[in-house]
Design a protein around this ligand. Structure first.
Ligand code: SF4
Length: 311
């Protein structure tokens, strides 16, 4: 189908249903282009809750659409492709977390927002990749069970006096970057500056010049004087980085930095979602309320930063 016609049809359907399209920074370029807002998962969910739109088309993976619903259950939250899951979020289930909590009854449970609604519901508080250390340091408990990302847990452990007990999960996409990749790119671009996501391995983080969430990387790229920036996060982020900084050069740390789940949504599926009002993402009310408490408790700590961008 003609791409311009497809975009026009999506725009008309958005108006008909009072809908907005939210796209995570890792989505295909064509999806980010048509989105009303791009950003990271929690920034987009907060935005979903504050908009007057009745329908949210969330182009990301399942836990993100769930978070949008948790914060705004009165809205219809659509996920264009239900197969888009997150292997990191799926690396822990409620039974496993319950067993771990019984093993460490004194520990506070902190869960990264890249987790299912059930895991959020069983946790004391949520965190994002940008506020994780601040959230952990705000707690009274000295022992913290940190789920599900072991690399983010390790990064937090380096920024707190508390004992961190990590869950053994990781994002396969970010975990694929190696220290050898950093050395190779530094050799190729010796005047380049390296920024990586905290889901990367500790040895990669140790070699970087800057560590941050995707939203922080986007800010960093704008602010740095360096004109060559080596990027350690999913390749979709290059869309916004290049758009914001046409005079700078960006280099991906590894060809492995592609999340196949994030690439499942496309324009045809967005159009189908708006035509059929499918696939609706909801969360049972008891789980939603408990998960909301964990997210809301995080917001009360006030270390979080705005993390979405209006296009
Ligand atoms: Fe999950 Fe990693 Fe893909 Fe993000 S990039 S959705 S954390 S697997």
């Amino acid at each position: 189908m003609n791409i311009l016609k497809l975009k026009d049809e999506i725009t008309a359907l958005k108006e008909k249903h009072n809908a907005i399209i939210l796209a995570h920074n890792y989505q295909l370029d064509e999806v980010q282009e048509i989105a009303d807002y791009t950003g990271d998962s929690f920034g987009l969910s907060k935005l979903a809750a504050s908009t007057t739109a009745d329908v949210i088309v969330f182009c990301g993976v399942k836990f993100m659409a769930e978070s949008a619903y948790i914060l705004s259950p009165e809205k219809t939250v659509l996920q264009p492709d239900l197969k888009a899951g997150c292997p990191l979020a799926e690396s822990i289930n409620p039974e496993e977390l319950q067993a771990k909590k019984e093993e460490y009854p004194e520990a506070a449970v902190v869960c990264y927002v890249n987790s299912s609604a059930e895991i959020k519901a069983l946790s004391d508080i949520c965190c994002t990749s940008s506020n994780a250390a601040g959230i952990v340091n705000s707690l009274e408990e000295n022992q913290v069970l940190f789920v599900p990302d072991k690399n983010l847990a390790d990064y937090v452990a380096g920024n707190t006096e508390k004992e961190i007990i990590p869950w053994d999960g990781c994002c396969a996409t970010h975990n694929a970057v190696t220290a050898a990749d950093v050395h190779e790119l530094r050799n190729l671009y010796p005047d380049g500056i390296v920024t990586v996501h905290p889901e990367c391995r500790p040895e990669v983080i140790a070699l970087a010049d800057h560590v941050g969430s995707t939203a922080e990387m986007i800010r960093f790229a704008k602010e740095t004087d360096s004109e060559k920036i080596i990027i350690g996060t999913e390749m979709g982020t290059l869309y916004k980085l290049k758009k914001d900084n046409p005079d700078k050069k960006f280099y991906l740390l590894s060809r492995e930095l592609v999340c196949s789940d994030m690439k499942l949504n496309n324009l045809e599926k967005i159009k189908a979602a708006l035509e059929t009002m499918q696939h609706q993402v909801t969360v049972p009310e008891n789980i939603r309320k408990a998960a909301f408490r964990s997210l809301d408790r995080m917001l009360q700590v006030k270390t979080n930063k705005t993390s979405y961008c209006q296009l």
